[in-house]
Ligand binder design. Structure first.
Ligand SMILES: [Zn+2]
Length: 83
């Protein structure tokens, strides 16, 4: 994967003054019910699942705000969720 994948989305994400309250993954998780949130968390915890694969699976469910890059940062706890 190119490290410039989703670059515009990334820049947009960092341009959003609300981003400090959590990355788009964290904000997505907040909007899900407990079962859905657990399903996404479980998938992200499985090392054999790629960031891109998770992003596509989310997109298939109507989630277009989360990029593979953001998922990667969230999984490494390098995002703005502070986790
Ligand atoms: Zn996050």
């Amino acid at each position: 994967m190119s490290k410039y994948d989703g670059f515009a989305n990334d820049a947009e994400y960092h341009s959003n003054s609300q981003y400090k309250r959590g990355c788009s993954v964290g904000r997505l998780l907040e909007t899900l019910n407990e079962d859905d949130r657990e399903a996404v968390r479980e998938a992200m915890a499985r090392v054999e699942l790629t960031n891109a694969g998770i992003a596509v699976a989310l997109k298939a469910r109507g989630v277009t705000t989360v990029t593979a890059g953001t998922i990667g940062r969230h999984r490494r706890a390098a995002c703005s969720c502070g986790g």
